[in-house]
Design a protein around this ligand. Structure first.
Ligand SMILES: Nc1ncnc2c1ncn2[C@@H]1O[C@H](COP(=O)(O)OP(=O)(O)OP(=O)(O)O)[C@@H](O)[C@H]1O
Ligand SMILES: Nc1ncnc2c1ncn2[C@@H]1O[C@H](COP(=O)(O)OP(=O)(O)OP(=O)(O)O)[C@@H](O)[C@H]1O
Ligand SMILES: [Mg+2]
Ligand SMILES: [Mg+2]
Lengths: 265, 265
């Protein structure tokens, strides 16, 4: 069964989607087979992977409310080795709709279990080695579903004061999830994003985080790089849009570091 | 009764909190009396106004679930003319707890009505001329409460592609709110934030937004300015931390533009 990695942080705009898209692409470039699940009603990961609105007739929403299986909603992307389960703003309704549903926090995990079993039957679809889940900026039932289904959590953290403030709340929530919904959930690492070497604030936040979390902080730091924010308007990951730019190079290095750590597990 | 202005946008990290804090400070500097309501469980507006965790024993959470009145939870800040109703991560529980509550989307509006009536009795507290509400990055029941209570909506919009993508979803939601919860809700304006004159993307997004929304886009543009992101670590609005920096000057100009537009209404 694939390793399920979640990008989560309730602080908004810290680089969850950018990390999910570019990490997936970098992993696929070294031979991994990656499925991205977009569980954010904003649908930014779907857009950043070039999925048009017309290709999102059935989405993760249908899987969570139980009217479709994962294998019904997976679609290929232009990127070799990367497939996606897209989302649309309809997903915002799932918060309310799932509240009285049975196993409301396990809908995604149950769907992934079914998906792995289906694959086992030689359903013709190749196996995935990684599933990456992009979360919305909240700790709602959508993010809970992702954390309950995860093997590991990767926390994108913008090098800013407000982002640092939210980290302790996120880690407390992870402890709660580990104690109730998913005992195997592990914090794989914290990735520092939008690091701007021209300003002290980035350095201070980075030093603070490394002091508190030591090895949990990836050595690879993602620099602030406009090419990363230009790529989505072309429906491409930065690694395909401009693989030589500092942002792409950093995500390739991050993928290498993550694989090294996975191998050491 | 005070004018109630809401900063909302489900896209994360676009400058909602930074706009709420600095706009409030700039309005107070020209003689307005401002109350900021922090309805985001992250509590960034409370932190950016220097409110310690120990001062947040009762918060907006208590008001929404009905165990406190607004006048019980308002606290003064170091900034003359600015008071705040703080929040803490407990507020994240309100989404679930309010779902079966009566008038769940009107809890804040009802509290503000009660607050205005209380003031009327000469409660000794001075009247506010503006209430600014800082929202979380979602369209959950917390943001719905803010929109149902609002006279006007100010949309902070980062000059980035993903932020632009989310705008149409936000505007559709506003139409729904106007049609059901709050017919008087008006989109006052869109404020372009984190504008970086060194990169084309900012120009393209700004041009695109002005083309679609014309006069609804404030002339004042907030530049990317590190001083804005340094100020919260000192518990101060940028306007007090460094009033000469480009970020502060832009928020002062924005306040002037908003007051001019309010007078013209
Ligand atoms: N390293 C970077 N350098 C420059 N821009 C970046 C970088 N990483 C992300 N961005 C841009 O910053 C914005 C926020 O990033 P992104 O949308 O990935 O964050 P997010 O955490 O997924 O946001 P949300 O909380 O709304 O889901 C986007 O416009 C993105 O293109
Ligand atoms: N004009 C600016 N220039 C530089 N940094 C800024 C600017 N405006 C905001 N910031 C910083 O960018 C980050 C995001 O801004 P802010 O937290 O105000 O956005 P938000 O929309 O309130 O985020 P959330 O969606 O998490 O509530 C913060 O760290 C803030 O200090
Ligand atoms: Mg995102
Ligand atoms: Mg905020």
């Amino acid at each position: 069964a694939p390793r399920v990695l979640v990008m989560a942080n309730q602080k908004g705009g810290v680089g969850k989607t950018t990390t999910a898209i570019n990490l997936a692409t970098a992993l696929a470039a070294v031979g991994e087979r990656v499925l991205i699940i977009d569980i954010d009603p904003q649908g930014n990961a779907s857009t950043g992977l070039g999925i048009a609105r017309t290709e999102r007739q059935t989405t993760i929403y249908d899987v969570l409310i139980g009217t479709a299986r994962l294998s019904d909603v997976v679609i290929a992307t232009k990127i070799p080795g990367v497939a996606v389960v897209p989302s649309t703003p309809d997903l915002a309704g799932a918060d309310l709709e799932l509240l009285s549903a049975p196993r409301r926090n396990f809908r995604l995990r149950d769907a992934l279990t079914g998906f792995a079993a289906e694959r086992g039957k030689g359903a013709g679809a190749e196996g995935y080695t990684y599933v990456l889940i992009d979360c919305p900026p909240s700790l709602s039932v959508l993010t809970m579903n992702a954390l309950a289904a995860a093997d590991g959590l990767i926390v994108p953290l913008q090098c800013e004061f407000f982002a640092l403030e939210g980290l302790s709340h996120l880690l407390r929530t992870v402890e709660l999830v580990r104690g109730s919904l998913n005992p195997k959930l592990e914090i794989l690492g914290i990735v520092l994003t939008m690091f701007d070497k021209r300003n002290n604030l980035s350095d201070q936040v980075a030093a603070d985080v490394r002091q508190h979390f030591g090895d949990k902080v990836y050595r690879t730091v993602i620099p602030r790089n406009v090419r990363l924010s230009e790529a989505p308007s072309h429906g491409l990951p930065a690694i395909l849009y401009d693989h030589k730019c500092p942002g792409s190079q950093a995500y390739i290095a991050l993928a290498t570091e993550i694989i090294q750590r996975e191998r050491a597990l």
